[in-house]
Ligand binder design. Structure first.
Ligand code: MN
Length: 727
């Protein structure tokens, strides 16, 4: 909060800058800093800024910002040199001759970033590149120096054409502001945001500046009063703290005005206070005191100390009704947290006791750099960005910003399995950069992928043809194997039970008589499940088992024919089993190929029905009939145009309710009518109604709407039939 002032300093000199470094790093290599300055001054000799100043003032200001962030010497040297490769005739080799490898690498990284053409209009693209920069930069200091560079360019933006002002400001807002935020460098982020507002919406900016300046003395008094009251309250409970107060940044006020469509006058909490104390206990104690003295606004308390933000930001946030009945926002944190909040990731390079403290809670940065290592260092950064399709590895992001490294050519299914096996198994579709894509879509580096899942989804064999990563392949195979085993086990159980029944036995009786153990030993099997699986997959025949039972062995031959029959019947059924895993692909979703859809259970559409598709968060596309009553009830459901796939022949299950007079043989008669049309009955439920009527529910498989009509009219023609309805 006003700890930093990055204003352009026109009269900055190398001597002033060295003094600033000395203040926090007394035994730095000042000769080296001076050398870098002179090298840059010579290289930029004769070049001018748009402001008319000598060019060297720009690198000087960039280096100065880096000193304010307490960055290490390499970063400051790189700050001086950051434009020499791009703007002067200085080569990488020349730099290597004079400066350390890490300095050169930072400068080279900066030169590469400057060549990326960011597409600011396409938000997704900008998002991708923003993340790419983070993911691919070898050294995070590259980005910090880049931010310092952009900061100074923004500070001096008034000297270039209006058109260029807009495009630079927009790019800053799209790419560098989110970067600063992600890196937790709040001071830079807030400053950049305000500058963006100034050049993108000058009217708003100057209006806010005017309004805020107008009541300046009044407000300053108010801030002073509140700070004093708070300080006294805290002192009463012997909490020592610094209390700072100031108007919020223009941009955050502006954002509030836009988000809630309010005028400046309607924005209540334009003031923010900060309580900085020595330790965490004092933070919570302060919070308690604040809440007991002032009325807290419900829902505004956030504990980022217990649960820090991804960028390591820690603080307690609360909003209370202040002493003059005004809303005030209060942040409470320790001095250390305050430093991290202002300088973010930069704090980790800060000079501390002569050691560049790098190793701290930098998990996510470490992670990104770790990923980066697997990309061959010889691969040019830019090429990797542009030709990521040819790269061996791609980086994919979750909507929350986590990164997964995948093989090139990977699909959303691979990504789903990379997140979690269960996410993969239940995957019904995916959104890439907020757009629905088919499961076989080829992901590109930087894509933001959201996986849609459904509890009723199961993996299919076809998935093995889609996925590219071995992890996904293994997991799908494991699932298929497991289901296959379970199917065989169940099948084996039924078969064995039937065969035993012929001799008046059951698996249960075998267990009781300890015969099961004996059988297991005979076949050297671990357990009963294993045995049933062996039977179900025809590795052990029921006959072999029966012959081990003394009470059966004698009668075996008599019942041989019966056993044969049971086994043959089961074989027929077993061969038909694999059909069950079939995907319903009878739908064409506008603009998309082979996206996975499911039919709504409420209206169960069949081909010929007018239909619409619903995208439900987390559940993929559900197809309803246009007349379905459930549609109207659901809010926030996205509608997509869907159509029946005419080339797809698949029979759809439909339920039909038939009410008849209660006469014997009715079920058989109706069943025959349906079968005569060549239509399969999946199931039939018959029930007598109290008033002497029969109630039947048939689940039949029809090709389309016409076929359904045919079935219905044929059933209706039966003389005992009263009504026929589709349910
Ligand atoms: Mn520059």
């Amino acid at each position: 909060m006003g700890n930093f002032n990055f204003a352009h300093e026109g009269d900055l000199t190398i001597d002033i800058l060295i003094k600033r470094v000395e203040a926090y790093y007394p035994d730095a290599d000042f000769e080296m800093i001076r050398k870098a300055y002179e090298f840059a001054a010579t290289a930029h000799q004769g070049q001018k800024r748009s402001s008319g100043e000598d060019y060297i003032i720009h690198p000087l200001n960039v280096a100065s910002t880096l000193t304010q962030l307490r960055m290490d010497i390499d970063s400051i040297i790189a700050g001086f040199l950051h434009d020499v490769v791009e703007d002067c005739e200085v080569t990488e080799e020349m730099l290597r001759h004079h400066f350390s490898e890490s300095v050169v690498n930072i400068v080279v990284g900066l030169t590469k970033i400057s060549k990326i053409k960011f597409k600011t209009r396409e938000e997704n693209q900008a998002e991708n590149f923003r993340k790419m920069v983070v993911a691919m930069a070898k050294d995070i200091r590259v980005i910090i120096v880049k931010l310092a560079d952009r900061m100074h360019n923004m500070r001096t933006l008034q000297y270039i054409s209006e058109e260029k002002q807009r495009s630079v400001a927009q790019e800053t807002l799209d790419i560098y502001v989110p970067l600063a935020s992600r890196l937790g460098i709040h001071s830079v982020k807030a400053e950049l945001e305000d500058l963006c507002l100034r050049f993108l919406h000058p009217e708003t900016y100057y209006l806010l500046a005017e309004k805020i300046a107008m009541k300046k003395s009044e407000r300053e008094k108010y801030i002073k009063d509140v700070a004093l009251i708070v300080k006294e309250k805290l002192n009463e409970y012997s909490v020592k703290a610094d209390i700072l107060g100031r108007p919020k940044h223009f941009y955050s006020i502006y954002k509030k005005m836009v988000q809630r469509s309010l005028d400046f006058e309607q924005i209540q909490d334009i003031l923010a206070f900060r309580i900085i104390t020595n330790n965490i206990t004092q933070c919570y104690k302060s919070l308690g005191i604040i809440h007991s003295c002032f009325t807290p606004i419900p829902g505004r308390f956030k504990d980022y100390i217990a649960i820090p933000k991804v960028n390591n930001y820690q603080s307690l946030h609360t909003t209370v009704i202040g002493p003059k009945a005004e809303r005030i926002e209060i942040q409470i944190r320790t001095y250390e947290m305050d430093e991290v909040a202002e300088t973010g990731v930069a704090a980790h390079w800060k000079y501390k006791e002569g050691i560049g403290a790098r190793k701290q809670k930098l998990d996510w940065v470490e992670e990104l750099l770790e990923y980066n290592k697997s990309v061959k260092s010889s691969t040019d950064f830019l090429d990797a960005v542009k030709n990521d399709l040819d790269a061996m590895t791609i980086f994919i992001f979750t909507p929350t910003g986590d990164v997964k490294e995948l093989k090139a050519g990977a699909t959303p299914l691979d990504f789903a399995y990379a997140i979690h096996t269960e996410v993969g198994n239940l995957c019904v579709g995916a959104k890439v950069n907020s757009k629905m894509v088919p499961l076989k879509y080829r992901l590109k580096s930087g894509d933001v992928v959201e996986i849609l899942t459904s509890k009723t989804q199961t993996p299919s064999k076809d998935w093995l043809k889609i996925v590219k990563t071995s992890r996904a392949k293994t997991k799908i195979k494991q699932w298929l194997l497991k289901t296959e085993r379970e199917k065989h086990k169940k099948f084996g159980e039924e078969l064995l039970e039937k065969c035993l029944k012929v001799y008046g036995l059951s698996i249960k009786t075998l267990r009781k008589s300890n015969d099961v153990d004996r059988i297991l030993r005979h076949f050297t099997l671990k357990n009963e499940d294993e045995l049933l699986y062996q039977v179900g997959s025809s590795k052990i025949s029921p006959k072999e088992i029966l012959s081990l039972l003394p009470e059966v062995a004698e009668m075996m031959q008599e019942q041989e024919a019966e056993l044969e029959k049971i086994q043959n019947d089961f074989k027929k059924v077993n061969n038909r089993l694999p059909i069950s895993n079939k995907k319903d692909n009878a739908i064409i979703v506008e603009g998309l190929e082979d996206v996975l859809v499911r039919m709504a259970k409420c209206c169960n559409p069949i081909p010929g029905d007018p239909i619409v598709g619903h995208i439900t968060r987390g559940r993929g596309i559900t197809v309803h009939t246009k007349s379905c009553k459930h549609i109207a009830l659901q809010d926030g459901v996205k509608i997509v145009k869907v159509d029946w796939n005419n080339n797809f022949s698949f029979r759809h299950p439909v339920n039909i309710r038939v009410i008849t007079l209660d006469r014997p043989g009715t079920l058989a008669k109706i069943s025959k009518t349906i079968n005569n049309l060549g239509i399969n009955i999946r199931s039939a439920i018959a029930r007598s109604l109290p008033d002497q009527k029969g109630n039947f529910i048939f689940e039949v498989e029809v090709k389309d709407y016409n076929e359904l009509l045919k079935v219905i009219s044929m059933i209706e023609s039966g003389e005992e039939v009263l009504t026929v309805t589709r349910i």
